[in-house]
Design a protein around this ligand. Structure first.
Ligand code: ATR
Length: 278
């Protein structure tokens, strides 16, 4: 990759950041679209976050992605906060405005929804209740997306019930909190099941969830993408349910940031999926 003195700049702020797939993902698009730009890993310790955020636009950066552990802290450091980011309680994308101020957005809800829409065009949000497992940061984006898409009911089960209650109170929407011990029963009549917990990820235990009450037509999605085929998705596929894996959420959430920084809207292709996994 060769960049000129006029190259547009962006990157990902995290600590650590070496595991992030975002530089490869954005680098693929920059090369594919032949854009004079660069997207860099930006390792920033929590104590340095404020100084770095202030410096970014002054250093000519068009913006950045924000990842663990900065997604919440960065909310109070931006000049403008997108209403959706405020609702979700996290910022994952920064965009510098022409006047040098910084806007904080959240594109995780968009990424989640685009992954379902493109991964399973037959699924209609209004077709029935959704069951969501987990109430962490990822769940907040998922619940916001489903609410905004018009899903009539969201049944939410989390190991710590209190966290689910807080999420429901913060986000409003058609959320009904279900006891963790009742999670298998809540699948009855659902049109969608989403795992937002870390269970099923390599090195973690699998999600313990009996699928027998879930209609065979229900779409099953896991936001875990390492491995691509989690135990949950494998079991759902075996019983005939349509499934969508979690990699697409990572890829699609990157699209609005790339478009804002580099001026072209990139496409999520099979080639990109294979490249990011390689
Ligand atoms: P993220 O931002 O990726 O969502 P998180 O905020 O740490 O990560 O949330 C992790 C989610 O996985 C939570 O819903 C968590 O449940 P608790 O709120 O009860 O902690 C869930 N989770 C993690 N390990 C779990 C386990 N062993 N059993 C059940 N749920 C688990």
């Amino acid at each position: 990759m060769i960049v000129s003195g006029k190259a547009r700049l962006a990157g990902v702020l995290g600590w650590p950041v070496s595991h992030s797939r975002s530089p490869r993902l954005h680098g693929f698009w920059l090369e594919q679209l032949d854009i004079d730009g660069a997207y860099l890993p930006l390792p920033v310790a929590p104590g340095d976050l404020e100084a770095v955020i202030r410096a970014l636009p002054r250093m000519g950066f068009r913006g950045a992605n924000v990842t663990v552990p900065h997604k919440e802290a960065v909310m109070r450091l931006v000049d403008h906060l997108d209403p959706l980011a405020r609702r979700i309680g996290a910022v994952n994308t920064l965009v510098a405005r022409d006047d040098g101020s910084l806007e904080g957005r959240n594109t995780d809800a968009y990424g989640f929804f685009e992954n379902l829409r493109q991964g399973c065009p037959a699924w209609a949000p209004a077709s029935g209740p959704a069951a969501v497992i987990g109430a962490g940061g990822a769940s907040r984006a998922v619940v916001a997306a489903l609410t905004d898409a018009g899903v009539p009911e969201i049944r939410l089960a989390n190991r710590s019930r209190e966290r689910a209650e807080i999420l429901a109170a913060d986000l409003g929407g058609p959320v009904r909190v279900v006891e963790w011990s009742e999670r298998a029963g809540m699948l009855d009549g659902c049109a969608l099941l989403v795992n937002t917990t870390t269970l099923g990820m390599s090195g973690q235990p699998d999600l313990d969830l009996d699928l027998s009450a879930l209609p065979q037509t229900a779409l099953v999605n896991d936001i875990v993408y390492v491995p691509l085929e989690t135990d949950l998705l494998a079991r759902a596929r075996r019983r005939g349910n349509p499934v969508v894996d979690g990699l697409g959420m990572l890829l699609h959430q990157a699209v609005p940031g790339f478009a804002a920084w580099f001026g072209r809207r990139p496409v999520v292709s099979d080639e990109l999926r294979a490249f990011v996994l390689s």
